[in-house]
Every structure is written in C-alpha cells, then in structure tokens.
Design a protein around this ligand. Structure first.
Ligand SMILES: Nc1nc2c(c(=O)[nH]1)N[C@H]1C(S)=C(S)[C@@H](COP(=O)(O)OP(=O)(O)OC[C@H]3O[C@@H](n4cnc5c(N)ncnc54)[C@H](O)[C@@H]3O)O[C@H]1N2
Ligand code: MOO
Length: 415
C-alpha cells in the first residue's frame, strides 16, 4: 500500500484546440542536420539537398528491342542485309554500321553509329549471317536516345523529397552511391504506471500489460524515427525525473504516456512541473484531452501523452508524428485526409473535436468510413482494425449515417 500524496490545488492548464496544440508542438523542433548515407540505408529518409543526375539516362543510344540495328532507308519487305556484327548488352565497343548492313543486338545494347532504327527480330527471319526483312520500321523506331529520360546535371530530386523505392532506383541509375539526408529523429518512449507489467508476465488483480510503449515505439518507427529506448517506470516523481533525464541524454524527443491528468499519482505532470519548462494543456478533443509539452533541463523536447491506450495512439498521430516528420525534413508533415461517407450514425461530445477510429472501405469508388470500437479511450479490441480517424468538429454533436465526413488516412507508412 502506497501512501497517498497530500491533496494540493491542481496546477493550471492552458485550454487549446487540437490545431493550436499541434502548432505549439510543431514549433518545438525543426529539421535535423544533414548526414550522408549509403543508398541501402536511405529508404524513408528525406533529402537535405537537391540532387542532380551525374550521367545522362540512358547514357548512350540504346535498343528497346531484341533485333537488328539498321538504317531505316535500307528496309524493304523481302530485302536481305548482311549481319556484320553482334552487340549484346554490356558490349563496350564503339561499333559503326556500314550502309546496307545490319548488326544483331539485344535489348539494352548500344545502338551502333550510323544505325537509326532497331528492327525487332519478329519482323525478320532471325538470320545470323544474313537477315531477311519481312516488315519495315521507320527511322527512330525502338531506339532510346541518350539523355531522353534524364540529362546529366538536371535536378532529379529535390530537398524535402521522401526517398521511396522509386527515388532510390533513380539515384542509383543517375550514379549516386550515397545521398545527403536529414538525420532521423531518435525517440525515447517512457511508460509510467505502477499497474504496468511486461507482456508475457502473469497479471495479478489490479495489473495490466504495458501496451502503450510497444504501440508508440511501433508508431514512431513507422513514422521514420529511430527508437532508442522503451522504458517503463512506476508512479514515483523522483524516478520519473531521473528516467526523463537519462532518456533525454540519448534522444532528440522523449514521448511519455500516462500520469498527465488530474489524479493524485499523475507523476509525469508533477515531474515536468518540478523541473525544466513545461506546460499542462487541456486540449478540446476526444480522446486526448490531458496533454503536456515541455523542454527538459538539457533542452530535449518532451511530449507527455495521456495513458489511455486509444488516447495515446490518437495523440501520437496528431501531435507526435507531425513533429517527427518535420524533424526528418519532410515537406508534408500531416497525414492525407479525404472525404468519406459515414457508414453508421455518430454522436460526439459538444465542445470536443472527436477523432473516431474507423475502417475505410470503398463502395463503387466512394470511400466509406465505418467506425470501429466505440468512443471509449480504453477500447483496444478494435484498434488494430482502424486505418482511419473520422474527424468530427468541436461544434458537431451528431452525424447521420451517410453524412460526408473528413477522414485522416492512416494507411501510409513512411519508414
Ligand atoms: N477526474 C478526472 N479524471 C480523469 C480526467 C479528468 O479530466 N478528470 N481525464 C480522463 C482522461 S480524458 C484521460 S485520457 C485519462 C488520462 O490520464 P493519465 O494520462 O493520467 O493516464 P493514467 O491515469 O496514467 O492512465 C489512464 C489509463 O490508461 C492505462 N495505461 C496507462 N499507461 C498505460 C500503458 N503504458 N499501457 C497500457 N495502459 C496504460 C491506465 O492503466 C489507466 O487505465 O484520465 C482520465 N481521468
Ligand atoms: O480525452 Mo481522454 O483522452 O477521453 O481518453
């Protein structure tokens, strides 16, 4: 049995809208400095500088077909041409094609000087010493011109672009083995609560499995962050303060969960107020009402999210993720939104913007959002099925089935 702390006047809280609080959180940090990474380590990172192609693409005139390099003017159905050369892909010779002749070549092989078209093998008898032309092609046919895709020196990707598979392919093709990107933010997660027991351990009455830490770590990694620690501490202000200081030394951002509300043991609140520069906030949203933000004594930003699992999930989405995306250097830090038709009616508390977990589907091309799991912020059962958040404005208390609603699309993963 723990002695209850003496009752004290509750500390003051700023009351903010979701957008006001999100803006305050975003102001805590900017893009992190640039680092140079090998391409294999750069997927999901964001370019810190424009990148220009180092070579033309294609680097030389190249064949788009297996067939014969020819001069189009020599082609007539029934004509027979001497095959004077054989040019596979990877042939580094400079070959010149004399008039009236053909050179056998393969897709991706350099087109000989003097040739102006590629005659696909299907339009010939396939001969190797002499080839009979069965149908003709025009000048330029099936020749990929040097530089027609990308010119050397041309900017191919811009600072702020997120490196997906296509961008990595483009960088490799244009000659880049390494690339300058913003460093990924290092995130430390701290779960607080004397009731928390590691998953896999048996539960006693009054205990629950610690789920917010793994959940937030997964969300941070999916947002492109490097998760450096997931720590759990019991409800003790001194222990929380020590843990915060230790985690801050290793991280660019510390994210905590639990202990931020108005309870007698809300220790994150008390630890933050006891040192550094912190603000308690009451955000006009559901879930996610109690929040705190601050700067720890060493200058590291800390975001304190509520402990209810759905509240911490939603708070991460609308507050933490945009900050991480900004630190990563992304131009677009917010999720995509779309308008969907609501599958079932929804009620919402007056004066609180509700973000309701939902599953997205399509009916003949129209997005449909089906709320899952109910509004309670303890309801984890359906969280895994939610791939969208229905965004109900503060002043709306009822939406009928079929109503158009704004939806935050959670399906994209960045890392
Ligand atoms: N008198 C009032 N009580 C509460 C208010 C209020 O305004 N007045 N606000 C409620 C709202 S809204 C929320 S949200 C919660 C948030 O409180 P805390 O951030 O202090 O969170 P805790 O009390 O520590 O925990 C809440 C709930 O979540 C469970 N939890 C906490 N951490 C974890 C974890 N890591 N993994 C899984 N589950 C966790 C915890 O056991 C509690 O059940 O406050 C309301 N109360
Ligand atoms: O606002 Mo709380 O975050 O309802 O669960």
């Amino acid at each position: 049995m723990v002695d209850a702390p003496a009752g004290a006047a509750l500390p003051a809280r700023s009351v903010r809208s979701l957008d006001e609080h999100a803006a305050a959180v975003l102001a805590l940090a900017g893009p992190l400095p640039a680092v140079t990474l090998p391409l294999a380590a750069a997927r999901g990172s964001v370019l810190a500088a424009d990148v220009a192609g180092a070579v033309d693409l294609p680097p030389w005139d190249s064949s788009a077909m297996d067939g014969y390099a020819v001069r189009a003017a020599d082609l007539r159905p029934g004509a027979v041409l001497d095959v004077v050369d054989d040019v596979p892909a990877g042939d580094t010779r400079s070959v010149r094609l004399p008039p009236g002749a053909a050179a056998r070549l393969m897709t991706g092989a350099p087109v000989p000087d003097g040739a102006d078209a590629v005659l696909p093998v299907e339009l010939t008898d396939g001969g190797t010493a002499r080839v009979r032309v069965e149908d003709v092609v025009a000048a330029g046919a099936h020749v990929r011109r040097r530089g027609e895709d990308v010119r050397a020196g041309q900017v191919v990707l811009r600072a702020g672009d997120v490196l997906g598979a296509g961008a990595i392919g483009l960088l490799a093709a244009t000659g880049h083995a390494r690339v300058e990107v913003h460093r990924r933010p290092r995130v430390a997660v701290l779960s607080t609560g004397s009731e928390l027991v590691a998953p896999g351990e048996p539960l006693q009455h009054g205990q629950i499995h610690e789920s917010n830490g793994p959940q937030l770590a997964a969300a941070a990694a999916a947002a492109g962050a490097e998760v450096v620690a997931v720590a759990v501490v019991h409800d003790d202000v001194a222990v929380v303060r020590e843990a915060l200081a230790g985690l801050a030394a290793r991280a660019d951002v510390v994210v905590t969960t639990g202990g931020v509300s108005v309870g007698a043991y809300d220790v994150v609140r008390d630890a933050l107020l006891a040192g550094g520069d912190a603000q308690l906030v009451h955000v006009r949203m559901q879930p996610g009402k109690p929040q705190a933000v601050g700067i720890l004594p060493d200058g590291t930003p800390v975001l304190a999210l509520p402990g209810n699992p759905v509240s911490s999930f939603v708070s991460f989405e609308v507050f933490v993720r945009p900050l991480l995306r900004r630190m990563l250097g992304a131009r677009q830090v917010h999720r995509r939104t779309l308008t969907a038709s609501l599958a079932t009616e929804v009620r919402s508390p007056a004066g609180r913007r509700q973000l309701l977990r939902a599953s997205l589907g399509w009916t003949t091309g129209t997005p449909v959002a089906t709320p899952v799991g109910g509004p309670g912020s303890h309801l984890l059962g359906a969280l895994a099925r939610a791939d969208a958040l229905v965004d109900v404005p503060e002043d709306v208390t009822h939406l009928a089935a079929g109503a158009p609603v704004a939806v935050i699309d959670l399906r994209e993963h960045d890392a």
